[in-house]
Structures are given as C-alpha cells and as structure tokens.
Design a protein around this ligand. Structure first.
Ligand code: FAD
Ligand code: NAI
Length: 476
C-alpha cells in the first residue's frame, strides 16, 4: 500500500494547485482524479480547464473576433469582404487550447513529484494517524493511505427537475461549449454568468438568443450602475432577449427542438420554442460516493462540506477547498484555498482574504468587481463616497475604439479606504487587478489617485475614478 503525506481528491484549479504547493513544500503527494475527456482520455484540470473557464474564453475570443471583423474593423478603414466562420475549426481550436492547458498540469505534477492516481477517490476510514482511501474505476482499484487529505471535488451543473440534459438539444455547460453548428434559436434558462457568456458566444455567431431569468432584477450581485449599463449593452445594442422575473413551467423536447412554457413578469403565460436550450441555473457540489461518513464528516443541506475560515473540516488533517465548500464558485478562489490548505499542513500561516476576491464576467463589455456594491453599502448604512470615470474620456480607449463603460470606486467617507471597485469595459478583467491589489494593501482612494499611471493607458481611468472620490478628476 502506498503512503502519502498529502492526498488531494480532485485536480481542478483548487486541487491541482494544492497538490503542486504541497509538492513544493516537500511532502509526498498524490492527486486522485477521475476526469475523462469525450475521447475517453484521462485529463487533469477539472471543470475549469476542460469544460469551464478556459474553453468558454476560447470561444468568447473566437466569436468576438468574428464580430469585430463584421462591425468594428470598418471604423479603422479596414474592409473585409466575404467574412465566414467555421464552427468545427473554432471548436477544434478550443479543444487544442484546453489540451495545452491540461498537459501543462501534467508537466507541473511531474515537476513537483505529484503522483496522479487515475480514478474515483473515496474515503474508506481512518488509518494509523491518517486516512485510508480507495481509488477505483481507473486501470486498477488500489488503496492508499494519507496523513492529510485535501478534498477538492468541485461542482457540476445544476439541472432542472424532470428535464434531462442530453447535451444535444438540452445542454448544460458541457454541451453548450460544443454545439456542432450555430442554432437558429437558442433558449437559455438563467441569465447568470454562464448564460450571459455562452449566450453571447452563440449570439455573435448568429443565433437568436432568449434568456429566461427567475429573478426580477438583472445581475443582482453587480453594482446597480454597472448592471444598468450592461443591460443596455446586452439587450438594446447586442440584441440578447432577456426576460426577467419568469416562472418556468413545462420544458419539453420536440422533434425539432425544445418548448419552454413559462409565466412572464406580468403573470402572462408564454411559450419559447428553440432549437437548443442551455440550462445554466447554478452549480452543485460533488460530494456523492466520497465516503465522508466513514471519517465522521457530513455535508450541509445543500451538499457543501462544512469548513472553517481556513478550510479545515471537522476531521483532523482533512481540508476541503474550492467549489465543494462555501463562497464564490470561482477558480481563483479555489486556487487560493488550495495553497492555504497545503501551507497550513506544513505548519505555515496559510490565509485567504475573502473580502478581496475579484469577479469577472467575460462578456463584451467585460464586467469586473471587487468588494462591496453601492447597494450593499447603502443597506449597511455605511457612510461612503463615490468616484466614477468613463472610458469615453480616455485617449487609449478612444484609440482602441473601445470607449464604452466606466470605473466606479466606493470609498469610506471618513477614512477614504477603498470599499469596492466596479469596472465595465472591454478589458475590465485586466483592470480589476489593480483594485484588488489596492484593497489587499488596505489602500485609500488617494493612494491610487496619487500613483503615477502610464499614459496613454486604460489604467488612467482607474486613477481618475480614484481622484473622482474627492471630486478632483482631471480629464472631465
Ligand atoms: P472542479 O474544477 O470542478 O474540479 C473538481 C475535480 O474533481 C474534477 O476534475 C472532478 O473530476 C474531480 N472529482 C470529483 N469527485 C472526485 C472523486 N471522488 N474522485 C476523483 N476525482 C473527483 N471560474 C472563474 O474563476 N473564471 C471563469 O472564467 C470561469 N468560467 C467558467 C465557465 C463555465 C462554463 C463553468 C462551468 C465554470 C466557470 N468557472 C469560472 C467556475 C470554475 O470552473 C470553478 O469555480 C472551478 O473549476 C472550481 O474548481 P475546483 O477545483 O473546486 O473544482
Ligand atoms: P449563476 O448563479 O451565475 O446564474 C444562475 C442564474 O439562474 C441566476 O441568475 C438564477 O437566478 C437563475 N435561475 C436559477 N433557477 C432558475 C429557474 N428555475 N428559472 C430561471 N432562472 C433560474 O450560475 P451559472 O451561470 O450556472 O454559473 C455557475 C457558476 O459558475 C457561477 O455562479 C460562477 O460561480 C461560475 N462561473 C464563473 C464564471 C466567471 O467567473 N466568469 C463564468 C461562468 C461560470
């Protein structure tokens, strides 16, 4: 029987990062992973690399390039005739990007001496000062022991009750990232992150996309000013049809597609007929058949593993990180937790600051934020100041032909400490990093406002918004 200092279950971003860090710290490490690609090949990287962050960004890039050729190049004096696209080639490129990334993790495992145990991992019980785990479903079933275990089993798409996902007509994220042709009509249940990102991909390529969202407000977790701007961009400018406040009725597959019955926000019965349907209504943690009970652990009512602020479970030496525990289901949040768990096992002071985890929605424009929204601060009765600056007053944004959007900064009225930063712009995902760093260092708005930013650059908008907190932006 093989014995390890650390066994990680799951090789998504939370698990593989935990395994690599544990390897760096000098532990003997194994990572159990059962993922198989559609071709049946074992693969590392989890949801994020195989059917999440990476493939979605590859398709977002391809479809955005197509849209730019059609609608933006003309402004630069570039005319392109006979523009065509090839879905099969786009999907093949996406698969190649995925494969390059997943192979990269195999390299990292070799470099850091992490053993990859292929198959389903499950606790069998405790062993001398540690745990016994079974790995099954791979080449052979084996039992290993570990002094410490990091559970990083991630999540899967939540499905609608009684609506089977076949990933042909009714798709979750896996099918939605692999549609073999552009459907004429595409229905999307849930106007959250996946609905907006993947709805955008297929709309850009020509699908007529309708999103049905249960909540009465759009992008409720975004700052209200950003949500308002995004609504205008997605619906009026881009033609996504987003219906809010709907109540779903029957969803039926027909010979030609899918019929969705629903009640609209005014209580009227409606019907959506679409060639394909994406169900993107959130994700649920993977905890089935993990043998948690054999080591005295339970999940909460929603299936998450209970952990403390340092991802410790109630079982000594057992940690749980990433989507399988509370907090935002984001790859970078899981990665930070993976590092923290490995460092705590090594006796170090691992720590994650949950107040400064950025969010990004990779639509066009992108939406990114960190910290509190204005509506949250209002609800808390906090005293705050607001600074805002539009990209339309920035030379670089104008040169790039990307003048839409703004940066909005919320700062403490008394101390000037930055409480939240919200960006809506074509490159918001890159801009937000500066705000995260500033908040991590507990900066005041004035600290960033007095920092020299390169000219011309989009980052000047961040500086101007910080200046705006004290009503002293220069270029407006
Ligand atoms: P996962 O990535 O789900 O990995 C868990 C792994 O554990 C899987 O490989 C699974 O096979 C394995 N596993 C489960 N149970 C067992 C077991 N018993 N034995 C062995 N192996 C097991 N997040 C972002 O931050 N940015 C994005 O742009 C982004 N885009 C996304 C786009 C889509 C379409 C989707 C679906 C998600 C996206 N996410 C994004 C979310 C992100 O993918 C997840 O937050 C992240 O993958 C969670 O990492 P994880 O390691 O906790 O779990
Ligand atoms: P989500 O939580 O972002 O959105 C789901 C939406 O579906 C919500 O708006 C919800 O109100 C709605 N909904 C739920 N039940 C419904 C019903 N019965 N009828 C109509 N609407 C309903 O979840 P999504 O989009 O599935 O993504 C899952 C998670 O994956 C995200 O929360 C995020 O953590 C992660 N993700 C992150 C990305 C990023 O960081 N860019 C990209 C994609 C996913």
């Amino acid at each position: 029987m093989k014995n390890f200092d650390v066994v990680v279950i799951g090789a998504g971003p939370a698990g593989y990062v935990a395994a690599v860090r544990a390897g760096q710290l000098g532990f003997t490490v194994a990572c159990i992973e059962k993922w198989r690609s559609p071709k049946g090949e074992a693969a590392l990287g989890g949801t994020c690399l195989n059917v999440g962050c990476i493939p979605s960004k590859a398709l977002l890039e391809s479809s955005e390039n197509y849209e730019k050729v059609l609608h933006s190049f003309g402004d630069h004096g570039i005319s392109v005739k006979g523009v065509e696209f090839d879905v099969a080639k786009m999907l093949a490129r996406k698969d190649a990007v995925v494969s390059k990334n997943t192979k990269g993790i195999e390299f990292l495992f070799r470099k850091n001496k992490v053993a990859w145990l292929k198959g389903h991992g499950k606790f069998l019980g405790t062993a001398d000062g540690g745990y016994r785990l079974e790995v099954s479903g791979g080449d052979a079933t084996e039992v290993v022991t570990a002094k410490n275990v990091i559970i990083a089993t991630g999540s899967k798409a939540r499905h609608l009750p009684d609506v089977p996902v076949d990933n042909v007509r009714v798709c979750d994220n896996e099918g939605a990232l692999a549609l073999p042709a552009v459907p004429k009509t595409l229905g999307v249940i849930g106007a959250g992150v996946i609905g907006l990102e993947l709805g955008s991909v297929w709309r850009r390529l020509g699908a007529d996309v309708t999103l049905l969202e249960a909540l009465p407000s759009f992008l409720a977790s975004c700052d209200e000013a950003v949500a308002k701007d995004a609504w205008k961009a997605f619906t009026k400018e881009q033609g996504l049809k987003i219906n809010l406040g709907v109540r779903l009725g029957q969803v039926r597959q027909t010979r030609s597609g899918v019929t969705v019955e629903y009640t609209d926000a005014d209580g009227r019965a409606q019907k959506l007929e679409c060639e394909r349907l994406i169900v993107s209504i959130g994700r649920v943690p993977n905890t089935e058949n993990l043998g948690l009970e054999s080591i005295g652990l339970k999940t909460d009512a929603r299936g998450f593993i209970d952990v403390d602020g340092h991802c410790r479970t109630a079982a000594r030496g057992v940690f749980a990180v990433g989507d399988v525990v509370r907090g935002p289901m984001l790859a970078h949040k899981g990665e930070e937790e993976g590092v923290m768990a490995a460092e705590i096992i090594a006796g170090q002071a691992g720590h994650v600051n949950y107040e400064t985890i950025p969010w990004v929605i990779y639509t066009a424009p992108e939406i990114a934020w960190v910290g509190k929204t204005e509506q949250q601060l209002r609800a808390e009765g906090a005293a705050y100041k607001v600074g805002s600056f539009p990209f339309s007053a920035n030379g670089r944004a104008l040169s790039q032909g990307e003048p839409g959007g703004f940066v909005k900064v919320l700062a403490d009225a008394k101390t000037d400490r930055i409480l939240g930063v919200h960006v809506i712009h074509a490159h918001a995902s890159e801009q937000i990093a500066e705000a995260v760093l500033a908040m991590e260092f507990m900066a005041a708005a004035e600290d960033v406002a007095r920092t020299c930013h390169a000219h011309p650059s989009l980052s000047e908008v961040m500086k101007e918004a910080m200046l705006g907190v004290d009503k002293r932006s220069i270029h407006i």
